[in-house]
Ligand binder design. Structure first.
Ligand SMILES: NC(=O)c1ccc[n+]([C@@H]2O[C@H](COP(=O)([O-])OP(=O)(O)OC[C@H]3O[C@@H](n4cnc5c(N)ncnc54)[C@H](O)[C@@H]3O)[C@@H](O)[C@H]2O)c1
Length: 272
């Protein structure tokens, strides 16, 4: 069984590290004394800005920027080989990159993009890095899913379905790899103040209780230390999940009412 994660002297990769929760996670890992944090993002300029800001405040200069598209298995495999070849074995992979393509049932392209990034991004990473961790008998693999993956976001079908799939994948990995010394965790936040929640319908969503990315990063690092699987930065999500399991009909009625309320408040948020 893997020990709890202690950042000192370790190598971590954070996908979607160029912004929002990933950026806060990179910063927090650097503050915890990580040897190297790879800020991996499709947006290389954003990753470079984050890495430079971390290195300015950290005398050991632990951050490096890396261009990566999590939706492309070859890009992920190349990133893993590059980091392990040039820096060292990856102790922690934070599979955090995600997208929200908009409200409603969505077009075929919304589904393709959502599944490619929000699900296959984690699958590509798991396939590339977990066998290496398992061979070493030690490693941590972290999935950023969403409360939408436990409770179903009524605004966006591709987002809700892809995040449900991400939670199921994380559970599968946790069950399958516990005996290999690889610990798996999964964070399911509600609203977090990032670039993703700028659109008005997301702002006016299920929760008015928005957190800052630094709050979420703190909870993630604590979960890695204790090897806890499910990270719920908004504690109410646990209660909602229990209500959903206990009485699905009643829960669906409540969600329908919440959707009606949102639709009346922001007509543009009505699902197509
Ligand atoms: N903000 C919220 O309210 C919230 C709530 C629950 C879950 N999440 C999840 O948190 C994660 C981070 O989102 P955020 O809120 O920080 O959003 P964000 O938009 O600020 O950051 C997402 C980052 O991922 C990168 N990215 C997108 N597609 C990529 C790809 N194919 N390959 C590599 N990088 C890619 C983007 O360039 C960006 O830097 C996502 O998985 C998101 O679904 C966010």
């Amino acid at each position: 069984m893997a020990d709890g994660f202690d950042a000192a002297g370790q190598v971590a990769v954070v996908t979607g590290g160029g912004s929002g929760i990933g950026q806060a996670l990179c910063r927090s890992l650097a503050q915890c004394g990580i040897r190297s944090v790879v800020v991996a993002d499709r947006n290389i300029e954003a990753a470079q800005r984050v890495a430079a800001a971390i290195n300015e405040t950290c005398s050991s200069g632990p951050a490096l920027a890396l261009e990566l598209d999590v939706a492309e298995s070859r890009s992920v495999e190349a990133a893993v080989a590059k980091v392990e070849g040039e820096i060292g074995p990856i102790d922690l992979w934070c599979s955090n990159a995600g997208i929200h393509t908009g409200d409603g049932l969505g077009e075929a392209s919304d589904w393709r993009m959502s599944l490619d990034v929000n699900l296959m991004g984690h699958v590509n990473a798991a396939r590339a890095v977990i066998p290496r961790m398992a061979r070493r008998g030690n490693g941590h693999f972290f999935v950023t899913a969403s409360a939408a993956g436990l409770l179903t976001d009524f605004r966006s079908a591709p987002y809700a379905a892809s995040k449900h799939a991400a939670v199921a994948l994380a559970e599968w990995l946790s069950i399958t790899h516990a005996d290999d010394g690889v610990s798996i965790s999964c964070v399911c936040p509600e609203g977090v103040r990032t670039g993703m929640t700028k659109p008005s319908s997301l702002k006016a969503g299920v929760s008015s209780n928005f957190l800052e990315p630094d709050d979420v990063a703190r909870e993630i690092i604590e979960a890695l230390r204790t090897r806890h699987f499910l990270v719920l930065p908004h504690p109410k999500v646990a209660e909602y999940e229990q209500r959903r399991a206990a009485d699905r009909e009643n829960w669906l009625d409540r969600m329908r009412a919440a959707r009606r309320k949102l639709t009346q408040a922001t007509p543009s948020a009505a699902a197509s």
